[in-house]
Design a protein around this ligand. Structure first.
Ligand code: COA
Length: 399
């Protein structure tokens, strides 16, 4: 029998501050229900200048790595669309901060919100050939659409870290998956622009269209596997997106299944959906980590999920690339996920006012070659950006 390979450890790390959606709605003259029901978000994570993608990613990884992991990791792959450097990979900083063994490779991957899935699949392929080695996958992003824009209520920030190994504790990933590429302009960010360009409603339509095309392909190639998927998780730029995807597939008439069988399958998936979106509702869009935040949410909160169950993960990156991967939940998933500490981290965050949010939002790092000490914005334990000197970023650990 082939060795199982997949997610051995998984963690999330969030900025310390968040903005309540009713605070944002008041300031923007919108009805709060548009954000909480229409878009499906309650809170939005707000990063400070000290909580950049390196600090978020390093803090996520430090929650899961032990000394043995650090000596067996061969690759550090960083998935992001919030990179601040066109050449140097974010994972080179993580490699040093986390004290990973020196003979590892570190690099960054990009394809909008799909990137972490590409990294995960690369990592699994590497470990399938070398089952005694491990790969660290980190996704960290800060989504910025601009103050007062339509995309603003779907902002967020955070990092996910995943340790990929043989005989994983959490999730064994199937080798077969369905991928698709369709060159489109639904969301993109030219190198000269601080903000992403987004065709919001087109993106929402394209996402649903691509989901349906992927599902049709799976119906054609492996209907048996499709019928075994107990819960389907989604990339959630905002939580309503998952509901839209589910109902678009539901209303797709052409199917290899009977109407009754498809209705039964979707009933199960719809039943799991709210639990799989619980954490995302409290954070907003963390771009490439959003799918894995939703997957974590499903595993932590769905009481009707257990080891041995097959779960689908639909990854979507604007531009557009998508992939549906599947896998099986492993026996020790709940112990490995440390539910209480995840909940504690969410509860320890602090709410801020709209003025504080706008102040954090507008604060940019100096772009000159001088030395700048970055003032403390939180007292939280963990890695933070402490200094920029001659265009170089430096980090410290606060106890
Ligand atoms: N109560 C309940 N629902 C309400 C409401 C109210 N008072 N007011 C509006 N709504 C609903 C609308 O009916 C709509 O629901 P629907 O989509 O099911 O029809 C929803 O709220 C959003 O309203 P809409 O007018 O479409 O919002 P918008 O033009 O401000 O844009 C997004 C919403 C999501 C398109 C926008 O925030 C966006 O572009 N976000 C970025 C998306 C993204 O990240 N895409 C790329 C990655 S996949």
């Amino acid at each position: 029998m082939d060795t199982k390979v997949g997610i051995d450890k998984l963690s999330v790390y969030l900025p310390h501050f968040y903005l309540e959606m009713d605070e944002l709605a008041k300031a923007r003259g919108a009805e709060v229900e548009k954000y909480t029901i229409g878009i499906g978000q309650n809170k939005m994570a707000v990063p400070t200048i000290q909580e950049d993608i390196i600090a978020l990613g390093a803090n996520a990884a430090s929650l899961i790595l032990d000394d043995e992991d650090k000596t067996t990791i061969d690759q550090v792959i960083f998935a992001t669309e919030s990179s601040f450097d066109f050449s140097k990979a974010a994972s080179t900083y993580i490699h040093e901060l986390l004290e990973i063994q020196p003979f590892a490779k570190s690099f960054e991957v990009k394809e909008a919100c799909y990137a972490a899935t590409a990294a995960l699949q690369m990592a699994c392929d590497y470990v399938r050939l070398r089952p005694d080695r491990k790969v660290l996958v980190i996704s960290a992003d800060e989504s910025r659409y601009g103050l007062g824009t339509a995309g603003e209520p779907t902002q967020g920030a955070g990092a996910i870290a995943m340790l990929i190994s043989a005989n994983p504790q959490i999730f064994a990933i199937d080798m077969d998956s369905i991928s698709i590429t369709d060159n489109q302009f639904d969301f993109w960010r030219p190198s000269y622009s601080e903000f992403a360009m987004v065709e919001g409603s087109f993106s929402t339509e394209l996402y649903q269209d691509i989901f349906k095309r992927v599902m049709s392909q799976l119906e054609e190639t492996d209907p048996e596997k499709l019928s075994q998927i107990k819960a389907m998780t989604f990339h959630l730029p905002f939580t309503k997106m998952g509901r839209k995807a589910l109902s678009s597939y539901e209303s797709q008439e052409k199917s290899v299944f009977t109407k009754e069988d498809k209705t039964e399958l979707l009933k199960q998936w719809n039943g799991h959906f709210e639990n799989s979106a619980r954490l995302n509702r409290e954070v907003g869009n963390i771009y490439t980590g959003s799918l894995f935040l939703s997957f974590l949410s499903l595993l932590l909160f769905s009481e009707d999920i257990q080891s041995g169950d097959k779960v689908g993960l639909f990854s979507y990156g604007s531009g557009a690339v998508a992939e549906l991967l599947t896998g099986t939940i492993q026996e020790h998933y709940l112990t490995a996920l440390k539910k209480e500490s995840v909940i504690q981290q969410f509860n320890q965050r602090e709410a801020i006012t709209i003025d504080q949010y706008e102040q954090f939002y507008n604060e940019l790092l100096p772009a000159d070659d001088k030395k700048h000490i970055i003032a403390d914005s939180t007292k939280e334990e963990g890695f933070y950006l402490s200094e920029v000197d001659a265009h170089r970023r430096y980090y410290k650990y606060r106890n």
